[in-house]
Design a protein around this ligand. Structure first.
Ligand SMILES: Cc1cc2nc3c(=O)[nH]c(=O)nc-3n(C[C@H](O)[C@H](O)[C@H](O)COP(=O)(O)OP(=O)(O)OC[C@H]3O[C@@H](n4cnc5c(N)ncnc54)[C@H](O)[C@@H]3O)c2cc1C
Ligand SMILES: NC(=O)c1ccc[n+]([C@@H]2O[C@H](COP(=O)([O-])OP(=O)(O)OC[C@H]3O[C@@H](n4cnc5c(N)ncnc54)[C@H](OP(=O)(O)O)[C@@H]3O)[C@@H](O)[C@H]2O)c1
Ligand SMILES: *[C@@H]1O[C@H](CO)[C@@H](O)[C@H](O)[C@H]1NC(C)=O
Ligand SMILES: *[C@@H]1O[C@H](CO)[C@@H](O)[C@H](O)[C@H]1NC(C)=O
Ligand SMILES: *[C@@H]1O[C@H](CO)[C@@H](O)[C@H](O)[C@H]1NC(C)=O
Ligand SMILES: *[C@@H]1O[C@H](CO)[C@@H](O)[C@H](O)[C@H]1NC(C)=O
Ligand SMILES: *[C@@H]1O[C@H](CO)[C@@H](O)[C@H](O)[C@H]1NC(C)=O
Length: 528
């Protein structure tokens, strides 16, 4: 049998290509936070944490639910989709077209949908005879079909209580991984058919606001919306609120597309919306038979989709940027891109279409001056942005990478390229009863979530201690200085070395607290 090692899986999941090549390319930065000493002053929570809301039933949210429930918390799980699995819920249904240009980051995923003013909650509505196209768009926006394609190969290490069969090949289909994550959900009675009163599918978190008791901040209020399509032209919705002491946000990293602002692309998209798609909408290659396709961006999605399209399309252009990617440089992907793919430099502009009646009549211009005509389809594979539409109060798009807020709380999100203001990329330093699960790149989601969840469980009980806010900001600023002083999209990238170091830190921290206060000790990441 092939060993399913977390370390190897990490590398594969981050770049999908053989470990040797990737491992050499990694430049993990080392986090230099010190281990808190028993006598050090620590952050004191202003209210006890009993009831925790978890957002997202992907592998991260499911692991977090299991860990917090076993630690004795009163837990609720909310998932906008109708099944568990997160990214690993493949459907033929595709997400809506990515808006071009990008929407503002605050509502790049969705604009929160709130109950009509003045209604008493819970509030339910049922609608009939609505426009079918409108309803389809509404359904897609609510559940957000996931960005995986039919032939996608994947790999993930097992979750401790659910071993993979011994003879399973190293690479499996996304469908198999989907079944595995569902099996894990079922194992803990969290699946859709388990009728678990603490688990809510079809339910999107719309807003999280501070809750006040006697004028003092005490926990959080979530506004929730359940949306169920009941027929081809009918649906029902329900809004309600729920109060929590703490919230774990496990909404994944791929909810909001990032489209490069290339001159003229918006005009092309307005005129030929059926011929321009983001990688999140790609499902299968047949529709591209005998077509000329331009793929923009050559990281995991672009390179893999290009390889698949090449056997169907008549010509595939793959446009890459000149500047090197610090972690996964282009050279890494080139050996896996079929030789008959036409590699081209960055696109400078999509030229005005004038009276063109087909997209192939338009021309594009590359930065090296060459013009290309005859493109039937464009696939934008330029990645995703982080955003949390339910926390608009902590999103400040006006800040640049070298700027911090001069007043008020430091934000979580600015331009969507990264998430900031977190201790250990987990606790929001301004409000440590908000925790983020699996936001890093260059780690293995199926393993890393275990340590994040265990740390949250221990910290919110008051066992493992967080440093004071001043101390968290001090180590944070030091880390930013070590990183070069400017936040950018690689801020959350770990790589296997740093991810391993972080997991060991979590183990030592949680276990030290368990020795002192009792509770479950956790095992370190297994070395392969
Ligand atoms: C194309 C592709 C290939 C990949 N290949 C691999 C691989 O081979 N191996 C690997 O280990 N990883 C791979 N990954 C990474 C993958 O994201 C992780 O394996 C895993 O899905 C992360 O789990 P998660 O729970 O953190 O997030 P997700 O799986 O993204 O789950 C987040 C969940 O939150 C829900 N949600 C979001 N917003 C809300 C809201 N407002 N209210 C309620 N629910 C909400 C979503 O519907 C979703 O179900 C790949 C990713 C992509 C895009
Ligand atoms: N099988 C798998 O394991 C698998 C498959 C697919 C995806 N994934 C995962 O899914 C996530 C998303 O991957 P992704 O490939 O969709 O996004 P991504 O990793 O963010 O890559 C986007 C790419 O587009 C490039 N780009 C941006 N603007 C461009 C422009 N104007 N012209 C040319 N290139 C441009 C970027 O280059 P710059 O760096 O220069 O900005 C980058 O290389 C990753 O975490 C990945 O690991 C995994
Ligand atoms: C509903 O109330 C909010 C806050 O009071 C207000 O900003 C908004 O304009 C109101 N909307 C309508 C439709 O009345
Ligand atoms: C693609 O082109 C080939 C060769 O010209 C032709 O035989 C085939 O029918 C075409 N397929 C489609 C779907 O147009
Ligand atoms: C590219 O080569 C592969 C085989 O390596 C072949 O199957 C495919 O049809 C070719 N594609 C094009 C566009 O020539
Ligand atoms: C520009 O790039 C294209 C595609 O790679 C290439 O064919 C062409 O020769 C290049 N032109 C210049 C001037 O370098
Ligand atoms: C941030 O960088 C921009 C240029 O990119 C510069 O104009 C601005 O002064 C910088 N701000 C700070 C606070 O350094």
């Amino acid at each position: 049998m092939r060993l399913r090692s977390p370390a190897l899986a990490l590398i594969l999941s981050s770049c999908a290509y053989p470990s040797i090549v990737c491992a050499e390319q990694q430049q993990p930065f080392i986090l230099n936070h010190e281990f808190p000493v028993r006598e050090d002053p620590f952050y004191e929570f202003r209210w006890p944490v009993h009831k925790v809301g978890i957002i997202g039933a992907g592998v991260g949210g499911l692991i977090t639910y299991r860990t917090l429930a076993q630690a004795g918390y009163d837990v609720r799980l909310y998932e906008r989709d109708h099944h568990p699995g997160g990214v690993w819920h493949y459907t033929e249904e595709t997400p809506l077209n990515a808006p071009i240009p990008n929407l503002p980051v605050v509502n790049a995923d969705y604009t929160p949908s709130l109950p009509p003013n003045g209604t008493r909650l819970p509030h339910e509505e049922e609608h009939f005879q609505v426009d079918e196209n409108w309803l389809t768009a509404e359904r897609k926006a609510h559940r957000l079909p996931k960005p995986v394609w039919a032939s996608l190969k994947s790999n993930a290490p097992h979750i401790p209580e659910l071993h993979w069969p011994e003879d399973l090949p190293w690479e499996i289909s996304a469908k198999q991984l989907q079944s595995y994550v569902r099996a894990f959900a079922s194992y803990h009675s969290l699946n859709t058919n388990d009728e678990n009163p603490n688990v809510f599918y079809n339910t999107r978190v719309e807003l999280i606001e501070k809750r006040f008791i006697d004028g003092r901040h005490h926990g959080w209020t979530m506004t929730l919306k359940e949306f169920i399509q009941t027929g081809p032209q009918s649906y029902k919705v329900k809004w309600w609120t729920e109060d929590f002491d703490a919230i774990a946000i496990a909404t994944g990293r791929y909810n909001s597309p990032s489209v490069s602002p290339i001159t003229g692309l918006a005009e092309w998209n307005d005129k030929f919306p059926e011929n321009i798609h983001h990688s999140r909408q790609y499902r299968r290659p047949e529709g591209f038979t005998n077509k000329t396709v331009l793929i923009i961006g050559a990281a995991s999605s672009g390179a893999e989709i290009a390889a698949e399209l090449n056997t169907f399309a008549s010509k595939v252009y793959l446009s890459t940027r000149v500047h090197p990617h610090p972690h996964y440089p282009l050279e890494l992907f080139i050996p896996f891109i079929p030789k008959n793919t036409t590699m081209i430099p960055e696109v400078k502009s999509f030229n005005p279409l004038g009276t063109a009646t087909k997209m192939s009549e338009g021309t594009i211009e590359l930065f090296n001056g060459t013009k290309i005509a005859g493109i039937d389809h464009v696939l934008v594979c330029t990645g995703f942005r982080y955003t949390y539409p339910f926390l608009p109060q902590y999103i400040n798009p006006s800040l640049r990478g070298n700027e911090t807020a001069s007043e008020g709380p430091q934000p979580l999100v600015t331009d969507g390229s990264h998430v900031r203001s977190l201790h250990l990329d987990l606790f929001y330093i301004e409000e440590p009863t908000l925790a983020f699960i699996n936001i890093n790149g260059g780690m293995q989601s199926f393993v890393y979530a275990e340590y994040l969840a265990a740390a949250a469980a221990s910290v919110w009980k008051g066992h493992a201690k967080l440093p004071t806010q001043n101390e968290m900001w001090r180590t944070y600023s030091q880390r930013l200085r070590d990183f070069g002083g400017i936040f950018e999209k690689h801020w959350l990238f770990l790589g296997s070395g740093a991810a391993d170091g972080e997991m060991r830190y979590f183990v030592a921290w949680v276990n030290e607290a368990a020795v002192r206060y009792g509770g479950k000790q956790i095992n370190g990441p297994s070395k392969a």
